[in-house]
Design a protein around this ligand. Structure first.
Ligand code: AMP
Length: 196
């Protein structure tokens, strides 16, 4: 399946995750907590910690996030610090793939590759162990929230720099109004919950 086709599918039909049961979507939206003005004024923070306490619901969310990629031949799940780890680890187990953490600079112990990316003010950076992903790997990138897409796009650059294929992304939450999906253009993007 070509990238152009998968992007078309994802951007217009939103892909298989929209077929997740409406009851599951409703229950997840009721469980995830909005925290206003965190970490700074004007931000509504999507707090997933109540979901982590609800074992059956957490399990259903993980399975639903993995579902679109079950036949995609994923060999590595790359998850983004820090809440991405909470979903990346169980999704890697679901898909029978190795788990790779992407972290803020200075946190990973062995030799790393680094990517810098622009924030609203200034720049930030992410690192990945240099030997964690190899050419020929098929990589799924996982995070809790897709907002502006800057973080996920940086993770994709890091993976692509190794010669591996970024097969797609899966998020628990997409903040549609921030249009982060546009920055990931050309790649398959799946999200379980959408906020307009
Ligand atoms: P972005 O690079 O703008 O797409 O931001 C994505 C990263 O920031 C993810 O790792 C999220 O965990 C975090 N993030 C951004 N906005 C929110 C939000 N409203 N609630 C919770 N996490 C967020």
């Amino acid at each position: 399946m070509s990238n152009a086709f998968t992007f078309h599918m994802s951007s217009t039909c939103r892909g298989p995750l929209t077929s997740a049961k409406p009851q599951l979507i409703d229950e997840l939206k009721r469980t995830i907590r909005d925290v206003k003005d965190f970490p700074k004024p004007g931000i509504v923070f999507k707090d997933v910690t109540p979901l982590l306490l609800n074992i059956p619901l957490f399990g259903q969310a993980v399975k639903a996030m993995a579902d679109p990629y079950r036949s995609a031949g994923i060999t590595r799940v790359v998850s983004i610090e820090s809440r991405g780890f909470l979903f990346g680890a169980p999704i890697a187990l679901e898909l029978g793939a190795g788990l790779v953490p992407i972290r803020k600079p200075g946190k990973l112990p062995a030799a790393t590759q680094r990517v810098e990316y622009a924030l609203e003010y200034g720049t930030d950076a992410l690192e990945m162990h240099h030997d964690a992903v190899q050419p020929g790997d098929r990589v799924l990138i996982v995070d809790d929230v897709l907002a502006t897409g800057g973080t996920a796009n940086a993770a994709a650059q890091l993976v692509a720099g190794t010669g591996a294929a970024v097969t797609g992304f899966t998020f628990l939450i997409e903040l549609d109004f921030l249009k982060g999906r546009q920055r990931l253009q050309g790649r398959r993007v799946e999200a379980l919950l959408h906020y307009a």
